[in-house]
Design a protein around this ligand. Structure first.
Ligand SMILES: [Zn+2]
Length: 327
């Protein structure tokens, strides 16, 4: 039944090797557990702290992947990036981490049960990005999330699943109590369309979010520094509207409970989503659409190129997040 267990073990081992590679600059924690599978297995959800504790406390930047169990390309992009910046022999080595000037926190596999079962949803059949309880203004039918049956994709579930609550605890611990900062998190997905999207809130409405101007300013910066690659930037609702996006809920919650409507409070919590476009491969080999994994992951020959292709964006993203450009 657990057809993806080997793959999950491979990623978990790679996370351990990353912790070893980073030495005293990397700490690994168990942040929570997945839902149980039918057979009764639960999988631990691990998080990583990279950099000094004071850097993480002062101005953390977050990287998240593996919310959807089939989108393993996102997990590999994240792990590749960590190896790239932590290895002192690598071209991408970031000395800022060792010097205590940069603090990164990661949740590389939010949905380990989905990876082990080779499915998008968690072991209970819930699509975690439809699970937050936020109701959309005008959701796409079915794809935007439904309550019909966990046997169908995009099922919303009833209450927040253990994986979603684990992600919430992670976000709260590192971001909600930090002051006078502007804090970015990037959640890496794959599968929508032929080009790469970088989204910001909201998914539930076409209304502008409170930090729209800041998001635009930061995306202008990223466009300039990543000039050789084309990403399409904008609020997620420009592409489609869905119920239950977790980042919508966390963002709304932060602004209501922590920012408290005071314009003098400088801290902003900025959740970004990178959606790696993979459909372009399908043109070359249309038969791949027939395979379940085909839509969400690029074909083999393009894989290593795809993975290393995001190193520049992620480097610019974590560097931008530690700058003081935006107050
Ligand atoms: Zn996804």
């Amino acid at each position: 039944m657990l057809r993806g267990l080997k793959r999950l073990n491979k990623y978990e081992n790679r996370i351990l090797r990353i912790a070893k590679l980073g030495g005293k600059n990397v700490r690994i924690f168990q942040q929570g557990f997945s839902r149980k599978t039918k057979e009764g297995f639960r999988f631990p959800i691990h998080s990583l702290e990279i950099g000094s504790e004071s850097a993480i406390k002062k101005k953390p930047v977050g990287l998240v992947a593996g919310v959807h169990g089939l989108e393993t390309i996102g997990i590999r992009v994240l792990l590749d990036f960590l190896e790239y910046i932590l290895d002192s022999n690598s071209l991408g080595y970031l000395p800022e981490i060792e010097k205590g000037k940069m603090g990164i926190v990661c949740l590389p596999i939010v949905n380990p049960g989905g990876v082990a079962l080779k499915m998008r949803a968690n072991p209970a059949g819930v699509d975690l990005m439809r699970n937050s309880g936020v109701e959309a203004d005008d959701p796409m039918p079915f794809f935007g999330g439904h309550k019909m049956s966990p046997k169908l994709p995009y099922y919303r579930g009833n209450t927040m699943e253990p994986e979603a609550r684990t992600l919430y605890r992670f976000v709260k611990k590192y971001f909600f109590e930090s002051k006078n900062s502007c804090m970015s998190v990037l959640d890496i997905h794959s599968g929508f369309g032929t080009i790469d999207h970088v989204w910001w809130p909201f998914a539930f409405t076409k209304e502008k979010c409170r930090d729209e101007e800041l998001f635009i300013k930061m995306s202008e910066y990223l466009k300039e520094t990543c000039h050789n690659v084309s990403f399409r930037y904008g609020p997620q609702s420009e592409s489609y509207t869905t119920n239950g996006d977790l980042w919508d809920r966390f963002y709304l919650h932060f602004n209501k409970e922590y920012r408290n409507g005071k314009e003098t409070q400088k801290s902003a919590f900025l959740p970004w989503t990178l959606e790696i476009g993979t459909w372009s491969d399908l043109k070359k080999n249309p038969l791949r659409t027939l395979k379940k994994r085909g839509i969400f992951n690029p074909s083999k020959e393009n894989k290593s190129e795809t993975i290393t292709g995001y190193r520049k964006l992620l480097t610019d993203f974590v560097k931008m997040a530690t700058m003081e450009l935006y107050n």
